[in-house]
Ligand binder design. Sequence first.
Ligand code: NAD
Length: 342
Amino acid sequence: MNRDTTTEPGTPARDGLIVIAGAGGFIGGALARHFLRKGCARLRAVDRKPLREWHQLHPEAENICLDLSRSENAARAVQGAAEVYNLAADMGGMGFIETHRVECLRSILINTHLLEASWLAGAKRYFYASSACVYNQELQNAPGLRALREADAYPALPERGYGWEKLVSEIFCQEYWHERGFRTFIARLHNIYGPHGTWAGGREKAPAALSRKVIEARAEGLPEISIWGTGAQTRSFTFIDDCVIGIDKITHCDDLTATPVNLGSSEMISVDGLVDLIEEIAGTRLQRTYDPGSPVGVAGRNSDNTLIRTVLGWEPATPLREGMEATFAWIEEQYRLHGNSG
Ligand code: NAD
């Protein structure tokens, strides 16, 4: 599926310079595509990775490689910016987050420098990509619990590395508005998936990892796949098109200034249910082995969308089946082209 996300309302500064940090990554690359298709004339895409490793490279943008954890690079990146979108972070799925807390925590440098530099540069709007990992873990210790509302981040007990970094960065963004009048916007993203996402190498998340395992098993004639955890853990997964539309809408809604808001699907499913769905799409059935000792994160999580629905009259609505069909087809093609090396 290659839905045209640009038909949705949202009003990026058409002539002003848009800067996307982390544009070489999954969501940053998709957001750049969204704004370019929407007619944005000036877009600067920035990432630490060499250009050949970017998930999507848009020749019509100004593409530059900079390590944004350094203040002088952050200042260079946002020179002349009207709007800045921070999608840059050292992150991955649970397999990465639970074993790389130092790297995750160090992403605080990116947001700290980028926010200060954007304010100094006179940018008008600043977007920060937070995460559902900020939520109090005691509210997520069983599958199928009630969906998480924005207020559930406090009293704070987030995931120890990645989650705390996100929560503190949210506070930075909020205080730049309260103390300095700099308009910031914060979305708590819930498990984004879709074509062009990471699907191999150790940083991939459940929808891509499970799709790859099923594709591999089918290609190699293996009878079974291994699943992290018990298979009972529940989540909601948000399609990339909904994610970029949501970021655009949130960043252009003044009523959401400095207000963390859930950006996630509320269609909850267990990991076993997700495997069932992928097998149906693949037209295959495999035996399952479970590895309860592997990193799985919290037992249950879903997005309460009351706030986003009330303020924007919109919420992510791509059915999981539809999004997974597009994602599976894309990963299948990548596997055909590159094998399992990603
Ligand atoms: P990604 O890993 O694909 O992209 C992040 C990009 O940031 C990478 O290309 C990386 O090279 C870049 N980066 C890292 N350190 C950098 C630095 N010092 N300077 C410049 N660039 C740097 O991840 P993504 O899935 O696109 O996520 C984007 C943002 O959304 C991140 O902040 C992430 O924490 C947040 N988020 C994502 C999800 C999800 O499900 N994908 C969920 C919640 C929050």
